[in-house]
Design a protein around this ligand. Structure first.
Ligand code: GLA
Length: 448
């Protein structure tokens, strides 16, 4: 009873700061500012300024009181940079400020690039890198919220699943390129880097190949043909491929017992990389980057050792360019030191590092049912930490940090039976309404 009334007091007394959202209806003379509902708030105080410090205000927009969750700000200049922020109000009580949203009105003046967009900030670094997003072809319609955010904020894409073998390979030598082509064309026509994911993965073997009744040598020839045809098809259109995904077992640092190991032997990873390299060169692409991609190497040292021994082997034949660290992390693990140690090993091997599937769970132990402020901030710090560590890498080792999905409610995390917390989680940079989260601010801060 005591703790109940205490909680109630906290909820009433501490008015939460609102989250300001990206503007709508941006035109030559204004925009619609938006923000999220705050529990117990009766109104909101909106500030609009032409400078990020809010040292001056647009006339009438110094704590303008608004009952609604949005406001049409008008009478502004075209092609001009504005900022807005908002506070919640409940009679005499006023919350802290929201995040700051940057908006540029349309029009013909010199439009500055928005510094709160991830790729804009990443591109200005001394040693820039790509900021990537996992996508599905159905999201890439011109004008969709995904499309707008991708073009504003991201400089690289990976297919979440539509470029895997079971999606492309219909039968021996027969391919369905339609969906994968759409993803690649989107990247190519919008000046967005395309990372290929993934040629060989034990969880995306098409049924016909699982059932393949030929000899082991014939099986191997099928895999070679697949890799050769796919790399050739996309030569010059894709900058990099995950050649083999998850070849190492979670226990004991041995090779994972997959159909590829069983039918092609212990050298299969090397064979796949060699075929990918040969196909690229034959197609005139001498700079295709080849990655080995895997998960949980930072926390599982036996696995890490095995991955790096594979990398050594591939490196000796000059057929690998980088390692993909998936980084399906959580707000506690891996620790900063573990991530740094993993990165440093890759640096010592002289390979590029792709943080290839980043998401940060906040409910891995299934102990919360709503996204608490505490976890929101912990997640923000964790995003900031990994971006900082990545940004500190030597230029030659950088490639991209790719976020594994856009919206929390579409992330694979809460739905994964394997992860065994089939409830709530909020692992990404945007909420279910495409509003940026504190994690997005954490990413930006990591670039400072
Ligand atoms: C692994 C794969 C990804 C994806 C995730 C789950 O990490 O590499 O392609 O399937 O699992 O979304």
């Amino acid at each position: 009873m005591n703790s109940c009334s205490k909680d109630d007091n906290v909820a009433v007394n501490a008015l939460e700061a609102p989250i300001a959202n990206a503007p709508k209806d941006v035109n030559d003379e204004g925009f619609r500012a938006k923000w999220n509902y705050v529990s117990h708030a009766k109104s909101y105080l909106l500030d609009v300024s032409t400078n990020e410090n809010f040292s001056t205000f647009v006339p009438n927009y110094n704590a303008k009181e608004i009952i609604d969750l949005n406001e049409v700000v008008s009478g502004l200049n075209g092609g001009t940079q504005y900022y807005y922020r908002v506070r919640a109000k409940n009679e005499t009580e006023i919350s802290g400020y929201s995040n700051i949203i940057s908006v540029v009105t349309t029009g013909s003046s010199n439009i500055p690039e928005d510094p709160t967009f991830l790729k804009v900030k990443a591109n200005k670094l001394a040693n820039p890198f790509f900021v990537g997003m996992a996508v599905k072809a159905s999201q890439l319609t011109n004008g969709s919220p995904y499309d707008v955010i991708l073009k504003n904020e991201f400089s690289s894409i990976s297919a979440e699943y539509e470029m895997k073998m079971d999606q492309i390979s219909v039968s021996s030598g027969v391919y369905n390129w339609t969906v994968a082509d759409k993803i690649v064309a989107y990247g190519n026509s919008n000046d967005i880097n395309v990372h290929g994911h993934a040629l060989v993965w034990h969880n995306s073997v098409p049924q016909w190949l699982k059932d393949f009744s030929g000899t082991d040598a014939e099986f191997k020839a099928e895999v070679k043909k697949y890799i050769t045809d796919v790399v050739t098809h996309y030569a010059g259109k894709i900058k990099s491929w995950d050649v083999v995904n998850e070849a190492v077992d979670d226990n004991g640092g041995t090779m994972r017992n997959t159909i590829f190991l069983q039918r092609m032997g212990a050298n299969y990873v090397k064979d796949c990389f060699q075929w990918a390299r040969d196909a690229a060169i034959a197609a005139g692409d001498n700079s295709l980057l080849l990655f080995y991609n895997d998960y949980a190497t930072s926390t599982n040292v036996l696995k890490q050792d095995k991955v790096f021994s594979i990398v050594d082997d591939l490196k000796a034949s000059n057929i690998i360019d980088g390692i993909g660290f998936q980084m399906h992390n959580n707000y506690l693990n891996p620790t900063r030191a573990q991530i740094e140690a993993d990165f440093n090993k890759a640096v010592a091997k002289g390979v590029k590092i792709h943080v290839s599937e980043l998401d940060i769970q906040v409910n891995q132990s299934n102990d919360i049912s709503t996204f608490t402020n505490e976890r929101r901030l912990a997640q923000k710090e964790k995003y900031k930490e990994i971006v900082q560590l990545y940004n500190a890498l030597p230029a030659v080792n950088k490639y991209a940090i790719t976020i594994w999905g856009m919206k929390d409610n579409e992330s694979w995390i809460p739905f994964s039976a394997e992860l065994n917390h089939p409830g709530n989680d909020w692992p990404l940079l945007y909420d279910s309404n495409f509003a940026i989260k504190s994690s997005h601010t954490g990413f930006l801060e990591g670039l400072d």
